[in-house]
Design a protein around this ligand. Sequence first.
Ligand SMILES: [Fe+2]
Length: 356
Amino acid sequence: MIIGARLGGAPMLFHELNRAGCKTYLAACEQTNRALLVDPLKDRVDRYLAVLAYYRLTLDLIIDSHTHADHRSGVWDLRELTGAKVVMHRRAPAPHIDIHIDDGGELAVGTLRLNFIHTPGHTPDSTCIRMGDRLLTGDTLLIGGTGRTDFPGGEPGAQYDAIIQKIFTLPDSLLVFPAHDYRGNVNSTIGDEKRSNARIAGRSREAYINLMNNLGMPLPTKIQEALQANESAIDDDSLKFPTLAQLNEVRQLDPAEVESRLLSTNPPLLLDVREADEFSGELGLIRGSILVPLRHLPEHAKELEKYRDHEIIAVCRAGVRSTTAAAILAGLGFEHVCNMKGGMLDWNDAKLPVER
Ligand SMILES: [Fe+2]
């Protein structure tokens, strides 16, 4: 189905491509034939390329509204095949994001203007995208519902604040296009959701948190194969990821605690598991840390043998890949492994010393 729209006088092509409960949106400027895809699935990349070719569109941006737990993201395959740039919120844990956006960020595709609104809660990196008369709400605001907040990093209070303070203060007439809908809806409006969203309309913050903490939903069937692959951009089955139960056992230390241990007489080994370009990139590195990218950790574990009885603290961009690394090492019998919570993002936010 093509949903025609006009943005600032320019015609826009807008198309949901999966025709299923999990939504991928194509938007394109019809003046310039430049396009963007939002939330593409890895197993539908061929279809997206066919549609782009059919409309003679050039793909400029590939956006994930957040790190998905229910399907493998198609952004990496699409970038490799088209050269388009991958866009995610700066809190996204994965490496190789070409453009990190933050709350209030703007991007252009042809004559289309995209405005990003950071809406954490479902995940720390959830973002909504406003384009003219419509808002792509990801898994933050669904039609008649909201995205679950019980995955790692989920926070119902933050989600309530984002929806009430940021989304529900937008114009009532703005069209809402969510990342999921299993009831056959195409879209609603901000006004509809403010009036009748069963999860959040008229509910207090406290009541909302209580409701979300007691939904008791089963985990998505693909979470084990999808979530850590999307968090790490390792989507080729080359790494055996630990189980969610193993991840939950990893001890988390905040950056200030890591800093104080580094200043002690018996400092821990800092194991940075980012990619080499990130290690020398904008977030810098912590002095003395050694680099072993997550994807190479199993084959390099032997070199860490001498640290087996030593404390090891895993570090990465957002503290997510490093939790996977810590769980892998724990599975190999390393007993004193912790993770630095929030990664180099939180380390930088805390204004702790970095080397570049
Ligand atoms: Fe999601």
